[in-house]
Design a protein around this ligand. Structure first.
Ligand SMILES: NC(=O)c1ccc[n+]([C@@H]2O[C@H](COP(=O)([O-])OP(=O)(O)OC[C@H]3O[C@@H](n4cnc5c(N)ncnc54)[C@H](O)[C@@H]3O)[C@@H](O)[C@H]2O)c1
Length: 340
């Protein structure tokens, strides 16, 4: 049985379904910050442990053969919202889950890290970075992911073999939809206002990968020879895109759905800028992503046309808005007591 932490999230909700289709039994550990509805249609096929990863009980590992660790705060704004909690969850929580896994005899531990670790600020034409490239992230999110990676590598030995995936920014439709990821944001903004907005003239580069490909990468890791891939880091990306070029690709893909203009917003912004090499991932892990931007954009756009996730103002689609809302509500309920 596979333990998936964060199985109620954007990538997790897609991954759980891929695992079930591939014949795996699945136990999901999640705090369900975005609710449990996203897994409703597979409830009777999975086990659910509602828990904060920082307080997870060792019993969650009974019968587990591999861990997919996705739970955590998953972008810059939510990390900056509470950097201390972010570090406790993303770095401390990862180490805690890994220690429990190791104590329970689980060797295979797949970690959803991030290419954000490579960020060095806007340079306009960044080098193609391999997993060996020196990194010194400054932002809270990237730093917490790096600390988590380092903790996993310290724990690595014969009995514990982490596989660290530095994922590019993910795109595509998920039952737990996010519109705060660049491609998905473009599709949403195109429908909402008929335009795509580019900050910093869209000069920055990003590695990008589809959500179904990301799930397939986890399956590859579950089946890979641990002697070859254990204790190693892999970049996961379909292609590196300059955001300006990405905008044109999304605009073209949306032809037939909506007419789109491209607008520039010169308000100063902190943006990430990096390009990664996937040579090692293809050669050693044997993983090749295949879902194009156009395919993912068509999929999201055709769902929007059918009214699926077309309520763009719903704060649930934007992690920072949702977190701010939950935080404000928590404070009110704490002071007033139960509403009824
Ligand atoms: N989405 C991307 O573009 C991307 C890119 C690189 C890496 N990642 C990493 O992949 C993982 C999944 O990302 P996502 O986009 O699915 O994020 P998400 O925010 O949609 O999902 C995160 C899940 O973790 C759960 N969670 C958060 N804190 C928790 C805690 N303390 N205990 C238990 N559960 C908790 C949430 O309830 C949620 O279901 C994250 O670790 C993220 O950092 C994501």
């Amino acid at each position: 049985m596979i333990l998936v932490t964060g199985g109620g999230g954007y990538i997790g909700a897609v991954t759980v379904r891929h695992l079930l289709r591939a014949g795996f039994r699945v136990r999901v550990v999640d705090k369900f910050l975005f609710g449990t509805d996203v897994l409703r249609d597979v409830f009777n096929q999975i086990e659910i442990v509602r828990s904060d990863i920082r307080k997870l009980d060792q019993s969650a590992f009974e019968g587990i053969t591999a861990v997919l660790h996705l739970a955590g705060l998953s972008n810059d704004p939510t990390a900056e919202f509470n950097p201390t909690a972010n570090r406790e969850i993303n770095a401390g929580g990862t180490e805690y889950v890994a220690r429990l896994a190791k104590q329970s005899g689980v060797r295979r531990f797949i970690f959803a890290s991030s290419c954000a670790i490579y960020d060095r600020g806007l340079s306009g034409n960044p080098d193609l970075l391999s997993e060996e490239a020196p990194v010194s992230p400054k932002a809270a999110y990237a730093l917490s992911k790096l600390e988590a990676e380092e903790a996993l590598l310290r724990l690595a030995d014969e009995r514990f073999q982490p596989i660290i995936l530095r994922q590019g920014t993910v795109y595509g439709w998920s039952p737990r939809m996010r519109y705060d990821l660049v491609v998905n944001t473009f599709v949403k903004t195109a429908h909402q206002r008929g335009s795509l907005i580019l900050f910093c003239r869209g000069e920055m580069w990003r590695p990008l990968v589809d959500v179904n490909d990301t799930a397939r990468c986890y399956l590859t890791c579950l089946e890979a020879d641990l002697n070859k891939v254990g204790g190693q880091i892999f970049n996961v990306s379909f292609r590196n895109y300059r955001i300006r070029d990405l905008a044109h690709e999304v605009k073209d893909a949306l032809a037939g759905f909506v007419d789109v203009d491209i607008e520039f917003d010169d308000t100063p912004q902190t943006v990430r800028d990096y390009r990664v090499s996937t040579e090692k991932t293809e050669r050693v892990l044997g993983f090749h992503p295949k879902v194009t931007i156009a395919e993912a954009v068509h999929d999201i756009a055709s769902r929007i046309q059918r009214g699926i996730n077309a309520d763009f103002d719903n704060p649930k689609y934007y992690n920072i808005r949702w977190m701010e809302l939950l935080h404000a509500a928590e404070e009110i309920v704490r002071n007033t007591g139960s509403i009824f």
